[in-house]
Design a protein around this ligand. Structure first.
Ligand SMILES: [Zn+2]
Length: 414
């Protein structure tokens, strides 16, 4: 039995009430001013004010004790939406966009999502693993201890399976907890442009059952947007996925208010993402249905778009989580501290709300709330030591990650 005691720390954590935090709840963060964490075999046995935690010590012989000298501790970040499994960066395309080239011209010059599909096709599984691992480890160093990773740069069965195998290896061969998502419905391949319903049928009848058989993916995600998948097509795919036992996610109303958020509420999906154009009515319905709004402010930053209405969503009782959306096209960013800052500065979230959004609500968005997302007895001792007195440092010290140490299962991993 490994027993570790971290004492004399200033600890900040949301508290798990058995559901994602919404409305005023999202702004409530517990603080232990002179706090301590007792971890047994990587799980939190006791946490709270130091004198209370020390009181529960007698049952254990502590193997390792550390005086944190008043340092600030928060839960490890959960990044609930990424496309980190890709083979090639698209830096040239970013420059073209900055230079004002229209998207269609970028596509003509070989950019866009289909270029990422070609790249996944052209590398070996080992090469794809190495590039993904590099990015995931960079995220870990910035405080991400649990990460969701989607497939979706395959768009055919073989390549989607290749991506999911890589995602499984990432889960086994890095310290992070990984949540695998199948996103065959990320784009319509060129050969199906004339008959996109045939591709929807292929996903439902062939891909989903085979992906289920492969046994890696837990979630199924769909890009519901004009020119990609309609609300009806998205509904068909998600219902079929649910029938096979997948949990559901949806990229909804990023550019146009198609009603993706309304579909999210109708199906009771675990989370809906982007939501820049979603209507107040549909957002409120999502809140009532218990679906989490996963907001991706680094994508708005990178595309120079207006930000999602994070402040309003919280005021409308929608549980809000933050994610990086890390991908080679619209948003190359694996840093949760960066999106934390954007959430506070550009979406008017409070520090407390942004902390809940990047820890506990994010854990709910990927169904990992029983293990991570807050520092409480029974959960994993996954925590960060910050360079600063409070979590405010994450937004205050702009351009800096403010993460000094990353601990996972009570081991220092970065
Ligand atoms: Zn995405």
């Amino acid at each position: 039995m490994t027993v570790k005691l971290y004492r004399n720390a200033r600890i900040f954590t949301p508290l798990d009430a058995g559901h994602p935090l919404r409305g005023k709840e999202q702004g409530r963060i517990e603080e232990y001013r002179r706090g301590a964490i007792l971890a047994v075999n990587g799980l939190i046995e006791a946490i709270g004010e130091e004198n209370k935690v020390l009181g529960s010590l007698s049952a254990y012989s502590v193997n390792e004790e550390r005086d944190m000298e008043g340092a600030c501790i928060i839960p490890g970040f959960v990044d609930p939406h990424t496309h980190m499994c890709f083979a090639k960066r698209r830096e040239d395309e970013f420059k073209m966009r900055l230079d004002g080239l229209p998207y269609l011209e970028i596509l003509k010059r070989g950019g866009g999502i289909l270029s990422s599909v070609k790249a996944v096709q052209s590398v070996t599984e080992e090469e794809l693993f190495c590039s993904t691992k590099k990015l995931v480890m960079a995220a870990l160093a910035k405080g991400t201890t649990t990460v969701e990773i989607k497939s979706g740069y395959g768009l055919d069965l073989e390549l989607e399976m290749k991506m999911l195998s890589v995602i499984r290896r990432i889960s086994k061969e890095t310290p992070l907890d990984v949540v695998p998502t199948f996103m065959g419905a990320h784009a319509v391949p060129a050969e199906y442009k004339a008959n996109p319903d045939n591709f929807v049928d292929l996903i439902i009848n062939e891909m989903l059952p085979k992906v289920k058989g492969q046994g890696i993916a837990e979630f199924c995600d769909v890009f519901c947007e004009e020119g990609v998948f309609s609300v009806d097509q998205s509904r068909k795919i998600l219902k079929a996925a649910k029938g096979l036992g997948f949990e559901m996610k949806i990229h909804a109303d990023e550019v146009h208010d198609l009603g993706g958020a309304g579909l999210a509420a109708e199906l009771g999906v675990r989370s809906a993402e982007h939501l820049l154009a979603a209507s107040e009515e549909n957002l409120r319905a999502m809140g009532k249905a218990g679906s989490i709004a996963v907001l991706l402010p680094a994508t708005a930053y990178s595309l120079k778009k207006p930000y999602a209405r994070g402040r309003e969503m919280i005021d409308w009782d929608v549980p809000v989580a933050l994610a990086t959306d890390c991908n080679p096209g619209s948003c190359f960013c694996e840093s949760v501290p960066f999106i934390f800052g954007l959430g506070v500065m550009n979406m008017d979230m409070t520090i407390e709300e942004a902390l809940a959004a990047s820890t506990l609500n994010a854990a709910y968005a990927v169904s990992r709330q029983q293990k991570v997302g807050s520092l409480e007895p029974g959960k994993q001792a996954d925590f960060l030591v910050l360079d600063g007195e409070t979590p405010t440092a994450l937004a205050y010290h702009a351009g800096n990650t403010s993460v000094l140490e990353v601990h996972k299962l009570a081991e220092r991993v970065a």
